[in-house]
Each structure stands twice: as C-alpha cells, then as structure tokens.
Design a binder for this molecule. Structure first.
Ligand code: KG4
Ligand code: ZN
Length: 351
C-alpha cells in the first residue's frame, strides 16, 4: 500500500520542535511515551505485566497479547495527558514492529496504524533493538555519535559501533543465547522468580565470586552464553551429588562476573581498536549494578549510562529512534506494516 502520509513530511521537517508518540508492545510491557526532538521525555507510561507472567515462570505470549489489547488505549491516553500535549500536537507516531512476540507486536502495530490512518500522521516502523540504543540520548542530552555501545538485552548481545543515529556496525555478538536470557535461565535454576535478572543482581551484591565458570568470549572474539549456563547447572549438580549446597549469593556473584567481565573487556579492546572516546550501554541488562560499575571503571573515555527506567522496555526509546529515523527519511511505514518477530539490528555482522 502507498504511504498516505508522505505529503505531510516536508512541513513537519521545517518545524523547530518535532513531537513523537512512541508505542511499545513487543513483550510484556504496554508502553507509550511522548518525546520532543528525540531527547526530551514529556511523558513515559509503562504498564508492566510482570506480576501476571510471574505465575508461569516466564512470558506467556497469548496472555501478553490479550493484556496489551486491554491496556493500549488507556496507556496512550495517559501518556498524552501526562505530556501536556493534545493529539493534534503530535507530529509523528513511532511503533515497535520487531523483534518480539508476534501477537504482542501486532497489538501495538495495529493501534499505531489506526491512529496514523485516522489522523494522517506519519508512521515510523521501529526496530526494538535500535530503540534500546536510543535510551542513551534520553539520559545524556550531550551524547552524539560516534560511540561504542554495549547492547545487553534479553534477546540480543552485541558490541556495536554507533556511526550515526541510525547507522551501526556490529563488532561482536553472541553466537547462541543472549546475556539477559542467561540471567533468566540461571535465576530459574537457582529458584528465583521471573524475571531473573533483577534477582541475580540483588543477591550477587551479598555474594563472593568464588565458583570457577567459563569465559564468555570465544576464540573468534564473539560471545557464547550457553556454555556458561551449562557450567552453572553442572556446578549445582556436582555439589548436590556430594550432598552439599551451592551458596546461592556466591553463585549469583560468580555468574554475574563471568557474564559481564568478558563483555566489558571486549568493549575496552574495540574502544582502542576504533579509537573511540565514548562508551554507552543499552538493553535490560544495562540496568545491572555490576555491569554499570565495570563500565564506569573503563579509563580514558567518557562513559554514558541510561537511567534504569530507560534500560528496560519503554516507549520513550521508541519515540527517540522514531525521531532520528524520520529526520533521515528512513523506515517511514505504509499502512500495510506488519509485525517482524525476528527482526535483526541493521549493520555489518562480525566475521
Ligand atoms: O532489553 P530487554 O527489554 O530484552 C529485550 O529487549 O530483548 O531486557 C530484558 C532482560 C531480561 O533478561 C531481564 O532479566 C534483564 O533484561 N534484566 C537484568 C536486570 N534488569 C533486567 N539483568 C541483570 N540485572 C538487572 N538488574
Ligand atoms: Zn527490550
């Protein structure tokens, strides 16, 4: 279908301030936000379904979709109300169309398309992973590319050179599980409820790094997390067979060190190799206390950490990337936009 909004674009581009409504429903958070010029958050409403999915030990896709359907309109109204803007004052609508759960994504995409069609506003199709990177611009108004970004989320793990606001080069990435996935799986075997990452973070603080676990950096410089997860399980079994118990806090600390140290070391390597002077972090695992501390300790570069609320899923980051894409005339969607559950980060892949 032809984009029926395009005729409005030159007029919006002439405006001094561009206001974006962001919509995010890729997993278990129904979120809407209003952001000015990609950086200034006017409102950020997040309705989490964690308490519902906790009962099942993880996200149940069908339940997530149904809850998004019930919540989306109320969340959008609240975001507008809190922003102090009327819907007429919104210039662009940006929606996450991938990666994520197909049914959950479709709720946000359908809602956004309905709004775009009835109001004739441009619609931007947002990649959730790219949105996570933009969390940095919300907290650090002075941050501009180029910089190095450690992307550590539930579904992705990569070190990315941010060459421009929508222009990336992937320098290293995981060959199997993502770091957040490993946090969640290890939390489950240690008996912590979903989502596991924040629990491991909490208990690691009173534990010691005493269990020997494998390095996640593999021979070609990429990462592997499945071996780390298996090593934790094997350690638990070995102790059980001897009638002993692993100290859970110590295992949380040991796992956290093993999961994070290799990522930070590789960041240091790439900062030097590409002569970059700034490093940022993104994704849910960027909320981890140990990761934040280790990244802060990187010397001779400026370190940027998004506020925790912008690390985990939110729509302010969606509105932010929506703004930058719009400015570069990229990913302006037509009304046949569909969900893309396995969408990848654009950018050259590592060898
Ligand atoms: O980035 P995200 O929204 O996932 C994807 O978009 O794929 O983040 C969710 C992940 C989960 O794996 C969760 O356990 C992890 O982020 N997470 C944490 C912390 N907070 C959230 N992991 C470690 N420490 C935390 N404080
Ligand atoms: Zn996410």
């Amino acid at each position: 279908m032809i984009n029926n909004n395009k005729k409005e674009i030159p007029d919006i581009l002439k405006k001094e301030d561009i206001t974006v409504l962001g919509i995010e429903t890729s997993c278990d958070e129904t979120a809407c936000a209003v952001v000015k010029n990609g950086r200034e958050v006017l409102s950020n409403v997040i309705l989490s379904q964690i308490d519902i999915h906790k009962l099942y030990g993880g996200v149940v896709p069908e339940i997530a979709s149904r809850n998004h359907v019930e919540a989306i309109e109320k969340v959008a109204d609240k975001a507008l109300q809190e922003s102090g803007k009327t819907f007429d004052e919104i210039d662009i609508i940006a929606v996450t169309y991938g990666a994520g759960l197909v049914g959950a994504l479709l709720v946000g995409v359908s809602f956004a398309k309905g709004l775009a069609q009835t109001t004739n506003k441009p619609l931007i199709a947002v990649n959730h992973i790219e949105a996570h990177i933009c969390a940095n611009y919300l907290t650090n108004p002075q941050l501009t590319p180029p910089f190095l970004c450690l992307l550590a989320s539930g579904g992705h793990t990569a070190i990315v050179k941010i060459k421009g606001y929508t222009h990336y080069e992937i320098l290293a990435s995981t060959v199997d599980d993502a770091v957040g996935e490993a946090f969640d799986k290890v939390a489950r075997v240690l008996g912590y409820p979903y989502p596991g990452g924040p629990n491991i973070d909490k208990f690691a603080k009173s534990g010691k790094n005493i269990y020997k676990l494998p390095n996640v950096v593999i021979k070609n410089g990429n990462f592997s997390y499945s071996g780390l997860k298996t090593a934790v399980i094997n350690t638990l079994h070995n102790y059980q067979q001897k009638g002993l118990m692993v100290n859970k806090e110590d295992m949380c600390a040991s796992f956290t060190h093993a999961a994070i140290d290799g990522l930070v070391e590789r960041c240091q390597f790439f900062l030097k190799q590409h002569n970059l002077k700034k490093v940022a972090v993104a994704g849910g695992v960027a909320a981890n206390s140990y990761l934040r501390q280790k990244v802060k300790e990187i010397e001779y570069v400026d370190v940027y950490l998004p506020e925790r609320v912008y690390c985990t899923d939110n729509a302010a980051m969606v509105a932010s990337i929506g703004y930058f894409l719009f400015k570069e005339n990229k990913d302006i969607a037509s009304l046949d936009l569909n969900a893309a559950p396995t969408l990848k980060l654009r950018g050259k892949k590592p060898q």
